[in-house]
Design a binder for this molecule. Sequence first.
Ligand SMILES: NC(=O)c1ccc[n+]([C@@H]2O[C@H](COP(=O)([O-])OP(=O)(O)OC[C@H]3O[C@@H](n4cnc5c(N)ncnc54)[C@H](OP(=O)(O)O)[C@@H]3O)[C@@H](O)[C@H]2O)c1
Length: 492
Amino acid sequence: MTQKQSWEISRFLKTLSYFDVIPFLNNIPGVKQMILGNQRLSNPSFLPSTGTILVAGATGGVGKRVVKQLQQQNDPVRAFVRSIERARSILGENLDFYEGDITIPDSLKPELMENVTAVICCTGTRIEPVEGDTPNRDKYYQGVKFYEPEVAESTPEVVEYKGIKNLVQLASEYIQDASYLPIFDFTQATEEVKAIWGALDDVVMGGVSASGLYLEGQKAVFSGNVSTENNGGFVSVRTRNFDPHLDLSEYEGIYLRVKGDGNRYKFFLRCDSRWDGIGYAYSFDTQKDTWLDVYVPFSELVPVFRAKTVEDAEPFNQSHINSMQLMLSKFEYDKQLNPYFQPGQFRLEVEQIQAYSGQKTPQFIMISSAGVTRPGRSDINVSDQPPAVQMNDQLGNILDWKLAGENSIRESGLRYTIIRPCALTEEKETEGLYFEQGDNLKGQVSRDTIASLCLKLLKSPEAVNKTFEAAQTSQGNTSDNWHEQLSKLEAD
Ligand SMILES: NC(=O)c1ccc[n+]([C@@H]2O[C@H](COP(=O)([O-])OP(=O)(O)OC[C@H]3O[C@@H](n4cnc5c(N)ncnc54)[C@H](OP(=O)(O)O)[C@@H]3O)[C@@H](O)[C@H]2O)c1
């Protein structure tokens, strides 16, 4: 006969103390430490990190504007430059720099992509006036005036094709998907992060079940013993209240990467800091020893109070999340039994807890050029074309290599947007942006406009896998309807 286990008041007090349920108890000096002993407490004032935007060619005309605008928006930005020393004189000291060269694969280390959720690629072959040209002559100026430029340093094949291909390859291997926001990444968890989670078992109602969350290799393990003695029958681990709360209003739900034991578990979110308030629950089944991707849509959360559904509960507020909880219980909701429940040992391994969004935005934005398909095209008259098209041969087939670079992005599997600007200018005018497809557009567009367009595209799912030309000249388009125009463009 098994020996009946007795209820443990010390575990009961530990639980209440860990979750600050009885504030006055914790305010008496020494009492909290006496109750909790060596148990570590973490103050969950963490915020999940939002993704970094990598700007390649950050010292260039468009690149430096992209960096500046991202900084003004307080977006984390990393500047990929060829010389940090030179970049500091252009972009200032206070920036996350990475020194490298897209044409040198060894300089493209995985660290370049750390936390990166999108790349804005503004690199371009260096072109200089032909040697011997003097500043007094009517010389080449960024594609606007027709004069005698020549390729400096590396060739377009190396920069526009091989270099872009190198960067694209690194990005497709290491980029983080911005539609997922890591909240608890237990593959790299510290004791500090783990200590945000405390056991909350049926001991609070007189039961004898016992559980905890433990770090084991590159995962957290929710395990212990669940017992129905003393009318008990549940175990759980819950976070202390987040401070500040999490705002997940841009997401659709929570993604869990778990390996279970065949049990049905519950996941809870709470929108207030009360200890015993309404929890918003979602049940999920596991398969023994099998890693599963579990999606918990916010729209399917059930408001419950002590395992009873609450019909007139406040709607779930995803902009105000205070805590999370994982539970194994004998009960489903409203006295229904969990069909897979077995008392005894249990084990749920957790690798990730992330917020997910259905919005798939571009991961790689490339500044290409209008005209990339025009060299050799029979339907156009070369002498009517902008300088870049007329001088394509002279400039090492720059447009053909830009097109090859574009193709390497299309083949990468990354979600991309390729902007093909017409002649770039230093104008301040940002009105009247006009898009077209088919590569026939002529005109000009300011670097400021292209930079701000890049920032808008970062948040535009409708830009995914689209290529288009951009100008802001005499197209008669003066309203700021870029969004509507973008939606109407065809994907590649
Ligand atoms: N000019 C036009 O009218 C026009 C029209 C349409 C499209 N475009 C294209 O638009 C893009 C942006 O134009 P922009 O005027 O901003 O160009 P830009 O001022 O010439 O800037 C080019 C950037 O690329 C960087 N870069 C060059 N080679 C590199 C390499 N091997 N590795 C890493 N970075 C490298 C340069 O770095 P450093 O500072 O170290 O040299 C610089 O930051 C370019 O691709 C250009 O061809 C230009």
